[in-house]
Write a protein that binds this ligand. Structure first.
Ligand SMILES: Nc1ncnc2c1ncn2[C@@H]1O[C@H](COP(=O)(O)OP(=O)(O)OP(=O)(O)O)[C@@H](O)[C@H]1O
Ligand SMILES: [Mg+2]
Length: 223
């Protein structure tokens, strides 16, 4: 089996007036192709910090992040943009849709940035997230759950082998959160994509392959 994502001895500390705040103290993780992992931990434990490092949006204080055989830790975040676009789909707590364009145009935005828009793929993805009939709708006319489903479709547009999600259901009510969570996991599973999802909401996490707790800056696998 091949790891689509791995990190080794990852640390991240932030300077503060009272000295460095050591948020991550040596995180090791291996995510195999098609595998779905949840990282759990209460607020402030470093989940977002870790996800940003795994996404190559931040540079570790020390340690390594590998996207397959690409050493992401060896590159500045801005230099990883092109590789990231093809390899890593990102979903955040807020959907971050562009308000002035339609749901379909938001889904195909990664294609527009790369110079080729596949409208058929955009429609197929909207269909997959249950929004086939809302292609022309603008974000302001969609519900929070619908907006987040558009964000999931957009994350899948470039066909990435890996999805990284940071509290993707954190801004939704319970029932909608469960719908979006189940959709994200089942879509990824059906398409053979790996997922790393961080959340503080343990009750939401089901049907995943691995669970980890982020505690005191290290990751512990649940039995
Ligand atoms: N750029 C920064 N500078 C200084 N401290 C930071 C910075 N980013 C994060 N921190 C601190 O690192 C710790 C972990 O933050 P992080 O956002 O990773 O937590 P989290 O587990 O995602 O929390 P939540 O569940 O609330 O989203 C916090 O104490 C936070 O204040
Ligand atoms: Mg966070």
């Amino acid at each position: 089996m091949s790891s689509v994502l791995a990190c080794r001895a990852l640390t991240r500390s932030f300077p503060t007036p009272t000295g460095p705040l050591e948020v991550l103290r040596g995180v090791d993780l291996d995510i195999e192709a098609g595998s779905i992992a949840a990282i759990l931990g209460p607020s402030g434990t470093g989940k977002t910090t870790l996800l940003h490092l795994l996404a190559g949006l931040d540079t570790p204080t020390s340690g390594q992040v590998w996207w397959g055989d690409l050493a992401a830790h060896a590159h500045a975040p801005r230099d990883l943009a092109l590789e990231r676009a093809g390899r890593v789909g990102l979903v955040f707590q807020d959907p971050h849709l562009l308000p002035e364009i339609s749901a379909l145009d938001n889904v195909t935005l990664p294609g527009r940035i790369r110079g080729h828009v596949d409208l058929n793929r955009g429609h197929a993805l909207l269909d997959a997230v249950g929004l086939a009939d809302r292609a022309t709708a603008h974000p302001a006319t969609l519900s929070g759950g619908e907006r987040q489903r558009v964000a999931v479709a957009r994350a899948l547009y470039a066909d990435p082998p890996l999805l990284l999600a940071d509290e993707p259901t954190g801004s939704l009510d319970r029932a909608t959160a469960r719908t979006v969570f189940t959709l994200l996991v089942s879509l990824a599973r059906g398409q053979g994509r790996a997922v790393v999802m961080v959340t503080h909401d343990e009750g939401l996490v089901e049907d995943v392959d691995q669970r980890y707790d982020l505690t005191a800056g290290v990751l512990d696998a649940r039995a």
